[in-house]
Design a protein around this ligand. Structure first.
Ligand code: AN7
Length: 350
Protein backbone atom coordinates (compact mmCIF):
# COMPACT_ATOMS: atom_id res chain seq x y z
CA UNK A 1 0.00 0.00 0.00
CA UNK A 2 1.12 3.50 -0.73
CA UNK A 3 0.75 5.62 2.40
CA UNK A 4 2.32 8.71 1.04
CA UNK A 5 1.51 12.33 1.84
CA UNK A 6 3.67 15.31 0.95
CA UNK A 7 6.06 14.82 3.89
CA UNK A 8 6.97 11.29 2.94
CA UNK A 9 7.13 12.11 -0.78
CA UNK A 10 9.17 15.31 -0.54
CA UNK A 11 10.36 15.34 3.09
CA UNK A 12 14.06 15.42 2.17
CA UNK A 13 13.48 18.75 0.39
CA UNK A 14 11.59 20.39 3.25
CA UNK A 15 13.30 22.37 5.98
CA UNK A 16 11.58 20.85 9.01
CA UNK A 17 13.08 20.35 12.49
CA UNK A 18 14.36 16.96 13.65
CA UNK A 19 11.50 16.58 16.15
CA UNK A 20 8.82 16.68 13.40
CA UNK A 21 6.42 13.73 13.84
CA UNK A 22 4.50 13.08 10.61
CA UNK A 23 0.73 13.55 10.81
CA UNK A 24 -0.84 13.02 7.41
CA UNK A 25 -4.19 12.58 5.68
CA UNK A 26 -2.37 11.63 2.45
CA UNK A 27 -2.68 15.14 1.06
CA UNK A 28 -1.15 16.32 -2.22
CA UNK A 29 -0.68 14.42 -5.48
CA UNK A 30 -3.57 16.45 -6.93
CA UNK A 31 -4.37 16.26 -10.65
CA UNK A 32 -3.06 18.67 -13.25
CA UNK A 33 -6.06 18.77 -15.57
CA UNK A 34 -5.67 19.97 -19.19
CA UNK A 35 -8.40 22.47 -20.17
CA UNK A 36 -7.91 22.88 -23.95
CA UNK A 37 -11.38 24.36 -24.61
CA UNK A 38 -10.69 27.10 -22.09
CA UNK A 39 -7.36 27.81 -23.78
CA UNK A 40 -9.25 28.12 -27.10
CA UNK A 41 -11.65 30.59 -25.48
CA UNK A 42 -8.65 32.69 -24.48
CA UNK A 43 -7.43 32.74 -28.09
CA UNK A 44 -5.69 29.37 -28.36
CA UNK A 45 -2.14 28.53 -29.36
CA UNK A 46 -1.04 27.50 -25.89
CA UNK A 47 -1.45 24.74 -23.29
CA UNK A 48 -3.50 25.40 -20.18
CA UNK A 49 -3.76 23.22 -17.07
CA UNK A 50 -5.68 23.45 -13.82
CA UNK A 51 -3.86 22.27 -10.68
CA UNK A 52 -6.96 21.14 -8.85
CA UNK A 53 -6.07 21.67 -5.20
CA UNK A 54 -9.71 21.34 -4.14
CA UNK A 55 -9.09 17.59 -4.22
CA UNK A 56 -7.00 17.61 -1.05
CA UNK A 57 -8.43 15.82 2.03
CA UNK A 58 -10.27 18.83 3.46
CA UNK A 59 -11.05 20.36 0.06
CA UNK A 60 -8.30 22.97 -0.21
CA UNK A 61 -4.56 23.47 -0.76
CA UNK A 62 -4.14 24.34 2.91
CA UNK A 63 -3.63 20.66 3.75
CA UNK A 64 -0.13 20.68 2.24
CA UNK A 65 1.10 23.27 4.70
CA UNK A 66 -1.01 22.00 7.56
CA UNK A 67 0.51 18.52 7.55
CA UNK A 68 3.91 20.18 8.04
CA UNK A 69 2.82 22.70 10.68
CA UNK A 70 0.87 20.18 12.75
CA UNK A 71 3.60 17.54 12.45
CA UNK A 72 6.13 20.03 13.82
CA UNK A 73 3.77 21.12 16.62
CA UNK A 74 3.10 17.52 17.65
CA UNK A 75 6.83 16.80 17.71
CA UNK A 76 7.44 19.48 20.34
CA UNK A 77 4.51 18.32 22.45
CA UNK A 78 2.26 21.28 21.90
CA UNK A 79 -1.23 20.73 23.37
CA UNK A 80 -3.29 23.10 21.24
CA UNK A 81 -3.09 24.93 17.91
CA UNK A 82 -4.75 28.17 16.90
CA UNK A 83 -5.27 30.11 13.66
CA UNK A 84 -7.23 32.96 12.15
CA UNK A 85 -9.00 32.02 8.99
CA UNK A 86 -11.35 32.96 6.20
CA UNK A 87 -12.39 29.30 6.43
CA UNK A 88 -10.13 26.87 4.62
CA UNK A 89 -7.19 27.14 7.03
CA UNK A 90 -9.66 26.60 9.88
CA UNK A 91 -11.06 23.40 8.39
CA UNK A 92 -7.58 22.11 7.58
CA UNK A 93 -6.11 22.94 11.01
CA UNK A 94 -9.11 21.32 12.70
CA UNK A 95 -8.74 18.13 10.65
CA UNK A 96 -5.00 17.69 11.19
CA UNK A 97 -5.34 18.58 14.88
CA UNK A 98 -8.10 15.97 15.20
CA UNK A 99 -5.90 13.42 13.43
CA UNK A 100 -3.15 13.99 15.99
CA UNK A 101 -5.35 14.36 19.09
CA UNK A 102 -4.56 18.05 19.57
CA UNK A 103 -7.06 20.70 20.53
CA UNK A 104 -7.74 23.33 17.87
CA UNK A 105 -9.12 26.84 18.16
CA UNK A 106 -10.04 28.85 15.07
CA UNK A 107 -10.90 32.55 14.85
CA UNK A 108 -13.06 33.57 11.91
CA UNK A 109 -14.56 36.88 10.76
CA UNK A 110 -18.18 36.93 11.89
CA UNK A 111 -20.66 35.97 9.20
CA UNK A 112 -18.06 35.92 6.40
CA UNK A 113 -17.08 32.25 6.22
CA UNK A 114 -18.64 29.96 3.60
CA UNK A 115 -20.91 27.16 4.87
CA UNK A 116 -18.75 24.21 3.85
CA UNK A 117 -15.71 25.61 5.65
CA UNK A 118 -17.47 26.44 8.89
CA UNK A 119 -19.19 23.06 8.85
CA UNK A 120 -15.81 21.40 8.31
CA UNK A 121 -14.19 23.17 11.25
CA UNK A 122 -17.12 22.18 13.48
CA UNK A 123 -17.22 18.60 12.19
CA UNK A 124 -13.50 18.10 12.90
CA UNK A 125 -14.08 19.37 16.44
CA UNK A 126 -12.47 22.80 16.49
CA UNK A 127 -13.51 25.43 18.98
CA UNK A 128 -14.79 28.12 16.62
CA UNK A 129 -14.78 31.77 17.71
CA UNK A 130 -16.34 34.47 15.52
CA UNK A 131 -14.59 37.82 15.73
CA UNK A 132 -16.56 40.99 15.18
CA UNK A 133 -14.17 42.25 12.56
CA UNK A 134 -12.14 41.12 9.56
CA UNK A 135 -9.68 38.27 9.03
CA UNK A 136 -6.93 40.82 9.67
CA UNK A 137 -8.35 41.60 13.13
CA UNK A 138 -8.54 37.88 13.89
CA UNK A 139 -4.93 37.33 12.79
CA UNK A 140 -3.65 40.15 15.04
CA UNK A 141 -5.39 38.50 17.99
CA UNK A 142 -3.88 35.13 17.17
CA UNK A 143 -0.38 36.61 16.96
CA UNK A 144 -0.86 38.37 20.29
CA UNK A 145 -2.28 35.41 22.16
CA UNK A 146 0.40 33.00 20.92
CA UNK A 147 3.04 35.36 22.30
CA UNK A 148 1.45 35.13 25.75
CA UNK A 149 0.32 31.50 25.91
CA UNK A 150 1.68 28.11 24.81
CA UNK A 151 -0.52 27.74 21.74
CA UNK A 152 1.02 26.87 18.36
CA UNK A 153 0.19 29.36 15.61
CA UNK A 154 -0.60 27.54 12.36
CA UNK A 155 -1.29 30.45 10.01
CA UNK A 156 1.19 30.86 7.16
CA UNK A 157 3.30 33.11 9.40
CA UNK A 158 4.42 29.69 10.64
CA UNK A 159 7.39 28.88 8.34
CA UNK A 160 6.57 25.15 8.23
CA UNK A 161 3.28 25.94 6.47
CA UNK A 162 5.29 27.31 3.54
CA UNK A 163 7.61 24.29 3.57
CA UNK A 164 4.62 22.01 3.08
CA UNK A 165 2.88 24.21 0.55
CA UNK A 166 5.88 24.45 -1.76
CA UNK A 167 5.39 20.76 -2.61
CA UNK A 168 2.69 21.85 -5.08
CA UNK A 169 5.42 23.47 -7.20
CA UNK A 170 7.44 20.23 -7.08
CA UNK A 171 4.42 18.24 -8.25
CA UNK A 172 3.76 20.55 -11.19
CA UNK A 173 7.40 20.24 -12.34
CA UNK A 174 7.35 16.46 -11.83
CA UNK A 175 4.20 16.14 -13.97
CA UNK A 176 5.22 18.53 -16.76
CA UNK A 177 8.91 17.63 -16.72
CA UNK A 178 9.79 21.29 -16.14
CA UNK A 179 8.27 24.48 -14.75
CA UNK A 180 5.41 26.06 -16.75
CA UNK A 181 5.91 29.43 -18.47
CA UNK A 182 3.31 31.08 -16.26
CA UNK A 183 1.72 30.15 -12.96
CA UNK A 184 -1.46 32.03 -12.05
CA UNK A 185 -3.14 31.83 -8.69
CA UNK A 186 -5.35 33.73 -6.25
CA UNK A 187 -3.68 35.79 -3.53
CA UNK A 188 -5.12 36.47 -0.09
CA UNK A 189 -2.77 36.32 2.87
CA UNK A 190 -0.05 35.54 0.28
CA UNK A 191 1.36 32.39 1.85
CA UNK A 192 0.64 30.25 -1.19
CA UNK A 193 2.30 32.46 -3.80
CA UNK A 194 5.31 32.82 -1.51
CA UNK A 195 5.55 29.05 -1.06
CA UNK A 196 5.18 28.30 -4.80
CA UNK A 197 8.02 30.68 -5.60
CA UNK A 198 10.23 29.04 -2.94
CA UNK A 199 9.39 25.63 -4.40
CA UNK A 200 10.08 26.54 -8.03
CA UNK A 201 13.38 28.18 -7.11
CA UNK A 202 14.48 25.19 -5.06
CA UNK A 203 13.58 22.71 -7.81
CA UNK A 204 15.34 24.83 -10.40
CA UNK A 205 18.49 24.84 -8.27
CA UNK A 206 18.56 21.07 -7.82
CA UNK A 207 16.86 19.84 -11.02
CA UNK A 208 17.22 22.69 -13.52
CA UNK A 209 13.46 22.76 -14.11
CA UNK A 210 13.40 26.45 -15.05
CA UNK A 211 11.19 29.11 -13.48
CA UNK A 212 7.67 30.28 -14.25
CA UNK A 213 6.51 33.86 -14.31
CA UNK A 214 4.01 34.32 -11.52
CA UNK A 215 0.66 36.08 -11.94
CA UNK A 216 -0.94 36.67 -8.54
CA UNK A 217 -4.56 37.72 -8.59
CA UNK A 218 -6.47 39.57 -5.87
CA UNK A 219 -10.12 40.56 -5.73
CA UNK A 220 -10.62 44.24 -6.60
CA UNK A 221 -12.22 45.06 -3.24
CA UNK A 222 -9.39 43.36 -1.36
CA UNK A 223 -6.28 44.23 -3.35
CA UNK A 224 -3.69 45.72 -0.96
CA UNK A 225 -0.78 44.38 -3.01
CA UNK A 226 -2.04 46.10 -6.15
CA UNK A 227 -2.86 49.36 -4.37
CA UNK A 228 0.39 49.37 -2.42
CA UNK A 229 -1.28 49.91 0.96
CA UNK A 230 -3.46 47.95 3.42
CA UNK A 231 -7.21 47.90 2.87
CA UNK A 232 -9.16 48.67 6.06
CA UNK A 233 -12.48 47.14 5.05
CA UNK A 234 -11.83 44.50 2.38
CA UNK A 235 -14.92 43.31 0.51
CA UNK A 236 -15.37 40.58 -2.07
CA UNK A 237 -17.73 37.74 -2.88
CA UNK A 238 -14.62 35.54 -2.77
CA UNK A 239 -14.58 35.44 1.03
CA UNK A 240 -11.48 33.20 1.06
CA UNK A 241 -9.37 36.15 -0.11
CA UNK A 242 -11.22 38.90 1.74
CA UNK A 243 -7.95 40.06 3.33
CA UNK A 244 -6.67 43.63 3.64
CA UNK A 245 -3.27 43.16 5.29
CA UNK A 246 -1.58 40.08 3.88
CA UNK A 247 0.91 38.64 6.37
CA UNK A 248 3.12 37.33 3.53
CA UNK A 249 2.70 40.40 1.31
CA UNK A 250 6.46 40.91 0.98
CA UNK A 251 6.88 37.36 -0.29
CA UNK A 252 4.17 37.87 -2.88
CA UNK A 253 5.71 41.08 -4.20
CA UNK A 254 9.10 39.37 -4.41
CA UNK A 255 7.66 36.38 -6.26
CA UNK A 256 6.04 38.69 -8.79
CA UNK A 257 9.11 40.87 -9.25
CA UNK A 258 11.81 38.20 -9.27
CA UNK A 259 9.86 36.00 -11.66
CA UNK A 260 9.03 38.78 -14.11
CA UNK A 261 5.35 38.42 -13.32
CA UNK A 262 2.93 40.71 -11.49
CA UNK A 263 0.01 41.05 -9.11
CA UNK A 264 -3.27 42.27 -10.50
CA UNK A 265 -6.90 42.56 -9.40
CA UNK A 266 -10.13 41.31 -10.96
CA UNK A 267 -13.75 42.16 -10.23
CA UNK A 268 -16.23 39.92 -8.42
CA UNK A 269 -18.16 39.60 -11.70
CA UNK A 270 -15.06 38.33 -13.49
CA UNK A 271 -14.46 35.85 -10.67
CA UNK A 272 -18.02 34.50 -10.73
CA UNK A 273 -18.07 34.33 -14.49
CA UNK A 274 -14.86 32.27 -14.50
CA UNK A 275 -16.27 30.03 -11.77
CA UNK A 276 -19.22 29.24 -14.10
CA UNK A 277 -16.91 28.78 -17.09
CA UNK A 278 -14.79 26.25 -15.17
CA UNK A 279 -17.87 24.38 -13.98
CA UNK A 280 -18.64 24.10 -17.69
CA UNK A 281 -15.48 21.98 -17.91
CA UNK A 282 -16.66 19.80 -15.03
CA UNK A 283 -14.40 21.58 -12.55
CA UNK A 284 -16.36 23.22 -9.77
CA UNK A 285 -14.25 25.48 -7.60
CA UNK A 286 -15.05 28.03 -4.94
CA UNK A 287 -15.08 31.67 -6.14
CA UNK A 288 -11.59 32.63 -4.91
CA UNK A 289 -10.15 29.69 -6.80
CA UNK A 290 -11.36 31.09 -10.11
CA UNK A 291 -9.49 34.37 -9.59
CA UNK A 292 -6.20 33.15 -11.08
CA UNK A 293 -7.84 32.17 -14.36
CA UNK A 294 -9.99 35.31 -14.39
CA UNK A 295 -6.78 37.33 -14.08
CA UNK A 296 -5.10 35.36 -16.85
CA UNK A 297 -8.05 35.99 -19.15
CA UNK A 298 -8.07 39.75 -18.54
CA UNK A 299 -4.32 39.98 -19.10
CA UNK A 300 -4.52 38.06 -22.38
CA UNK A 301 -7.51 40.05 -23.60
CA UNK A 302 -5.83 43.35 -22.73
CA UNK A 303 -2.79 42.27 -24.77
CA UNK A 304 -0.57 42.42 -21.70
CA UNK A 305 0.26 38.72 -21.68
CA UNK A 306 1.04 36.79 -24.85
CA UNK A 307 0.39 33.11 -24.13
CA UNK A 308 1.47 31.82 -27.58
CA UNK A 309 3.31 28.48 -27.38
CA UNK A 310 3.32 28.75 -23.58
CA UNK A 311 2.43 26.17 -20.99
CA UNK A 312 0.33 27.83 -18.31
CA UNK A 313 -0.81 26.40 -15.00
CA UNK A 314 -3.68 27.91 -13.03
CA UNK A 315 -3.97 26.88 -9.40
CA UNK A 316 -7.54 26.24 -8.30
CA UNK A 317 -7.16 26.33 -4.56
CA UNK A 318 -10.49 25.14 -3.13
CA UNK A 319 -13.44 22.90 -4.05
CA UNK A 320 -16.81 24.31 -5.08
CA UNK A 321 -18.50 22.33 -2.31
CA UNK A 322 -16.91 24.72 0.16
CA UNK A 323 -19.30 27.47 -0.81
CA UNK A 324 -22.54 25.96 -2.13
CA UNK A 325 -24.59 29.03 -1.17
CA UNK A 326 -23.03 31.08 -3.96
CA UNK A 327 -24.77 28.75 -6.38
CA UNK A 328 -27.98 27.91 -4.56
CA UNK A 329 -28.77 31.55 -3.69
CA UNK A 330 -29.08 32.45 -7.37
CA UNK A 331 -30.53 29.26 -8.80
CA UNK A 332 -34.13 28.78 -9.86
CA UNK A 333 -35.83 26.03 -7.86
CA UNK A 334 -35.55 22.85 -9.94
CA UNK A 335 -38.79 21.76 -11.62
CA UNK A 336 -41.11 19.71 -9.39
CA UNK A 337 -43.17 16.94 -11.03
CA UNK A 338 -45.53 14.17 -9.93
CA UNK A 339 -44.07 10.73 -10.81
CA UNK A 340 -45.79 10.50 -14.24
CA UNK A 341 -43.94 9.63 -17.47
CA UNK A 342 -46.13 11.91 -19.64
CA UNK A 343 -45.23 14.89 -17.53
CA UNK A 344 -41.53 14.01 -17.55
CA UNK A 345 -41.64 13.68 -21.35
CA UNK A 346 -43.31 17.03 -21.57
CA UNK A 347 -40.61 18.66 -19.47
CA UNK A 348 -37.44 17.11 -20.86
CA UNK A 349 -38.31 16.33 -24.51
CA UNK A 350 -39.97 19.59 -25.58
C1 AN7 B 1 -9.59 28.86 -1.67
O1 AN7 B 1 -8.22 29.99 5.02
O2 AN7 B 1 -6.46 32.80 4.16
O3 AN7 B 1 -2.71 33.86 -0.42
O4 AN7 B 1 -7.66 31.66 6.26
O5 AN7 B 1 -8.97 29.66 0.96
O6 AN7 B 1 -2.03 31.77 0.76
O7 AN7 B 1 -3.75 33.27 1.74
C2 AN7 B 1 -7.45 31.24 2.70
C3 AN7 B 1 -6.88 31.65 1.55
C4 AN7 B 1 -6.83 31.20 -2.11
C5 AN7 B 1 -5.39 32.58 -0.68
N1 AN7 B 1 -7.81 30.34 -2.34
O8 AN7 B 1 -4.22 31.93 -0.29
C6 AN7 B 1 -7.71 31.09 5.16
C7 AN7 B 1 -7.15 31.79 3.99
C8 AN7 B 1 -8.52 29.83 -1.32
C9 AN7 B 1 -8.23 30.20 -0.01
C10 AN7 B 1 -6.51 31.62 -0.84
C11 AN7 B 1 -7.22 31.14 0.23
P1 AN7 B 1 -3.12 32.75 0.49
Amino acid sequence: MNYSGVLSRYGNLLDLPEHTTPITLLEGDTPLIPVPRLAEDFGGGFELFVKYEGLNPTGSFKDRGMTAAISEAVGRQVKAVICASTGNTAASAAAYAARSGLRSIVLIPQGKVATGKLAGAVAYGAQVVQIQGSFDDALSLVVEITQKHPLALVNSLNPYRLEGQKTAAFEICDTLGSAPDWLCLPVGNAGNITAYWMGFQQYNTIKKTGLPRVLGVQARGAAPLVLGHPVENPETIATAIRIGKPARGEGALQAAEQSGGRIIAVSDEEILSMQRRLAGEGIWVEPASAAGLAGLQTEIQAGKLDPKKNRIVAVCTGHGLKDPDIITRQMATPTILPPKIEMLEEVILN
